[in-house]
Design a protein around this ligand. Structure first.
Ligand code: ACO
Length: 382
């Protein structure tokens, strides 16, 4: 039987999903039919989680109860905090530390032995994980700085509490709102590489912790979530070289370098999430009076547009602006991808539960191109 080979599974449909849709031709993203721009401006991360996990936007009452349940799960065991300190002391990078900590959290999961087909239990486990990941990340960052962890505050929002645990100070309204918006727009994005990884693991009916650990691993790569850190490294590289950003991007293109934050497997036009964050960066820059990153990103995008890249489908993606927004909020560079994970975990869980409810083991094939009929020679005769 001849089967068409699709490298990178490009364009291959492997599942049906009601969760999110990416229209790469017009640059539109919806979560359960709602446009990302409206959700970013009008809904909190908690509301978006509810929408993804429970199928509809919550009423005020439903949201209050849901947010309280989520906030009540933020504490992590002292043993996990000790391990986080050990990882920080050993110089582990935050994505690897997060992967290890999530693995350890499963040892403290009260429903670890739940039936894999008890999807309510999977949702509860997912809720615990989503609540605890910010605690893990903030504790790791503080441990690296030689600081004690800050206990979560159940009265703060998911976004506000993370910034509070990171700095020890309650964030101002603009920072909280900006960060919440960043979480909202990163929460889901169709069958991207990390979500697909989570789904492949989930399709074996493995537990949700394994899916999330797999998702973290896939997200850490520079072709996926790691690109936001790469963009910021480029902006600092430009800044430290005292070069004009256009000169830098021209030299990078001449050297055949890929420009991080540009290009996308699905979007052939500017990513709608990039547009939202660009606007946020503009607001933050104008209110602080420091427009450096905005100027650099605008210059790089302008040059690549002039060179025809954008017209040819290599347009800014979400990562092109997220780093500058986080940097403007004083967040360290190598925390950008973990923050992406802290949001995307909501999407991973939603997809895994949706898939497992009508499960089929994911098992593609590779076209074998190795030798046929090789004659085996015993080891001492080779
Ligand atoms: N800069 C310059 N050229 C690029 C870029 C880029 N960022 N991205 C793609 N291209 C070019 C490739 O060189 C290739 O050109 P060629 O056909 O002349 O060789 C062409 O565009 C197609 O590239 P592919 O790698 O085949 O496209 P693919 O769909 O696999 O790539 C990807 C998508 C991996 C995201 C790519 O655009 C890339 O590496 N971008 C930089 C990293 C990045 O920003 N990743 C974040 C993605 S968004 C996210 O995960 C949240």
């Amino acid at each position: 039987m001849s089967v068409e080979l699709k490298r990178g599974l490009e364009g291959v449909l492997v599942a049906e999903s009601e969760l999110s849709h990416v229209d790469g031709e017009v640059g539109k993203l919806v979560y359960r039919g709602y446009d990302i721009e409206e959700l970013a401006r009008g809904a909190s991360y908690e509301e978006v989680l509810y929408l993804l996990w429970h199928g509809a936007l919550p009423t005020r009452e439903e949201l209050d109860a849901f947010a309280a349940d989520l906030a009540a799960e933020r504490d992590v065991d002292d043993d996990v905090l000790d391990t986080i300190q050990t990882l920080a002391d050993a110089g582990e990078c935050p994505m690897a530390a997060l992967r290890t900590a999530v693995s350890m959290l499963s040892a403290y999961e009260p429903e670890v032995d739940a039936d894999p087909e008890d999807f309510d239990a999977t949702r509860r486990k997912g809720r615990r994980l989503t609540a605890k990941i910010p605690t893990v990340l903030a504790a790791f960052e503080r441990a690296r700085q030689g600081e004690e962890p800050v206990d979560p505050d159940p009265d703060l929002s998911h976004a506000g509490n993370f910034l509070y645990m990171l700095t020890g100070t309650e964030p101002d309204a603009v920072s909280e709102e900006t960060f919440d918006m960043a979480l909202t727009i990163h929460a889901d994005h169709g069958l991207n590489a990390s979500t697909f990884t989570a789904l492949v693991i989930g399709s074996t009916m493995a537990d949700i912790y394994s899916s999330v650990i797999g998702g973290i691993g896939a997200l850490s790569g520079p072709l996926h979530g790691g690109a936001n850190q790469d963009v910021m490294e480029v902006l600092y590289e430009v800044d430290e070289s005292n070069k004009d950003p256009v000169e830098w991007v021209k030299a990078a293109r001449d050297a055949g370098r890929r420009i991080p934050g540009f290009g996308h497997r699905v979007y052939k036009v500017k990513d709608p999430r990039a547009k939202i964050l660009e606007e946020k960066l503009r607001d933050l820059s104008e209110s602080s009076g420091d427009t450096k990153w905005l100027d650099y990103t605008t210059a790089i995008e302008g040059y690549l547009t002039e060179q025809g890249l954008v017209e040819n489908g290599i347009a800014p993606n979400v990562d092109f602006y997220s780093g500058s927004v986080y940097d403007s909020m004083g967040i360290p560079m190598d925390m950008y991808t973990p923050i992406f994970a802290m949001s995307r975990v909501g999407g991973w869980i939603a997809h895994v539960v949706e898939y497992q409810e009508d499960n089929r083991l994911i098992r593609p094939r590779a076209r074998y191109t190795g030798p046929k009929d090789a004659s085996f020679v015993p080891i001492d005769e080779r």
